[in-house]
Write a protein that binds this ligand. Structure first.
Ligand code: SF4
Ligand code: SF4
Length: 262
């Protein structure tokens, strides 16, 4: 299965794309553009790329998690800014492999596969690509948050009475409605941990599952609990549970309403 670079979808999550104090689409895109422009005229040599990477790093926005690396060599691969990828990869850098100039080294960059490679099916990856239109900011968040994608597809399937399949996403109205459910990620409270799914970093950097303590707030478990958890509706993420639940309900209902009959 291809996941990092598909026909339309491209991801840079493991290169640190979202690790910044302001991970909003506009801020992330501005940083990708800054790097792409800065590296465009740099000679394809290790010395020049190392120097450019250091300069870019010095002017980079603050990371959200200082212990997680952010590579300044991730940028746009096309003029229209529809695809992101490694600007030091030999296929991009005219044959020279300059990935040793980034925050890892070429061997690590070449061999790393994130957990989604084990968890996602090809059908799910294709659904994520089709529903997001391959737009890098959203595509990368969705394919690296498998519980979120599955919770969304499951909620729509429950309401529609049928499994969501790739052929359904061929319908423009349904595709748009499904995208709006997934795009909840772009409208979370500033600093929300929901951007990164249902887990948060523990004191030692380990994954700690979050949960919504419904008993403590005197209400029933939401039927959208899985989506709400992935979107950060727990108290520590700063999103208002009731408001987010209402938004999830509205968007999921719209997707169910738009589910193609054939
Ligand atoms: S996070 Fe996973 S899918 Fe995304 S670029 Fe890295 S390895 Fe590829
Ligand atoms: S050098 Fe490695 S970490 Fe940096 S952008 Fe390229 S693949 Fe990502």
């Amino acid at each position: 299965m291809r996941l990092c670079q598909r026909d339309r979808g491209s991801c840079g999550a493991c290169c640190g794309l979202y690790n910044r104090a302001d991970p909003s689409p506009a801020a992330v895109k501005a940083e990708l553009r800054r790097r792409t422009r800065a590296l465009a005229g740099v000679p394809r040599t290790p010395a020049a790329f190392r120097a450019a990477a250091a300069t870019l790093e010095a002017g980079a926005p603050a990371p959200l998690f200082p212990s997680v690396r952010v590579c300044p060599l991730l940028g746009y691969l096309d003029e229209a800014e529809t695809r992101i990828g490694c600007l030091a990869h030999p296929a991009v850098a005219g044959g020279a492999d300059l990935r040793d100039c980034g925050v890892y080294d070429a061997r690590i960059c070449e061999s790393f596969l994130c957990p989604s490679f084990s968890w996602l099916t090809e059908e799910e990856a294709a659904l994520a690509e089709d529903a997001t239109g391959g737009e890098p900011w959203l595509y990368g968040l969705v394919v690296t948050d498998v519980p979120f994608l599955r919770a969304v597809l499951g909620a729509v399937a429950d309401g529609a009475g049928a499994k969501v399949e790739r052929r359904h996403v061929g319908d423009a109205r349904f595709r748009g409605a499904l995208r709006r459910v997934l795009d909840l990620k772009s409208q979370l409270a500033p600093g929300s941990e929901g951007l990164f799914g249902a887990f948060a970093a523990g004191p030692g950097g380990e994954d700690v599952p979050r949960r919504i303590d419904y008993a403590a707030i005197g209400r029933e478990r939401s039927r959208y609990d899985a989506i709400l958890l992935c979107a950060g509706a727990d108290p520590r993420s700063g999103n208002d549970l009731d408001a987010l639940e209402e938004e999830v309900r509205r968007r999921v209902d719209d997707a169910i309403d738009a589910f193609p009959s054939e």
